[in-house]
Design a protein around this ligand. Structure first.
Ligand code: S3P
Length: 170
């Protein structure tokens, strides 16, 4: 079992493969994992689209910040963060004190292929095309890159390949 000094936060755009990499990595380094979207869904007993629809995006963002407090009280683990998690500067400040932030990157085309048949991402519903993904990614990338301690390009790699790279780093 790896002796981690802090959490490993996986960040990046929707559909980049954070959850799949998290599963592989958590198995490899024998640490439990938390998926921030799933955590919020379990606490609120609602799906992400339902939360956006009934409570609004701002409320969802508040939930993301709240669960960081809970995460800060836990032993080191792998945290798969929703794609907008680090768009909040305070979240990033706290995460930097709590562990290592790893940005997973992929091209808009790769992302599109991964998300095109899904309807569980409210921000992409009605915007499911490469152009929209590329534009939102361009807007977010400076924030993602600024938050990241490590950046991994994942195009052409399996979740296991990516987990292996991270395992060598931590
Ligand atoms: C979002 C990403 C989603 C989810 C929500 C909003 C975003 O998570 O948190 O739909 O703002 O990028 P994934 O990155 O796991 O798809």
């Amino acid at each position: 079992m790896k002796k981690l000094t802090g959490h490993i936060f996986l960040i990046g755009f929707m559909g980049v493969g954070k959850s799949s990499v998290s599963h592989e990595l958590s198995r490899k380094i024998e640490k439990s994992e938390i998926d921030t979207d799933k955590y919020i869904e379990e606490v609120l007993k609602m799906s992400i689209p339902e939360i956006f629809e009934k409570k609004g995006e701002a409320y969802f963002r508040q939930c993301e910040s709240k669960i960081l407090l809970r995460i800060s009280q836990l032993s080191p683990r792998v945290i798969s963060c929703g794609g907008g998690f680090v768009m909040n500067e305070m979240n990033v400040k706290k995460m930097k004190r709590m562990g290592t932030i790893i940005l997973l990157k992929a091209s808009p085309e790769t992302i599109y292929e991964r998300v095109k048949d899904s309807t569980d991402r409210p921000l992409l519903n009605g915007n499911m095309n490469v152009e929209y993904i590329a534009e939102l990614m361009k807007q977010r990338m400076p924030v993602y890159e600024n938050a990241a301690d490590v950046i991994i390009e994942t195009d052409g790699l399996t979740p296991n390949d990516v987990a292996q790279k991270i395992d060598r780093l931590v």
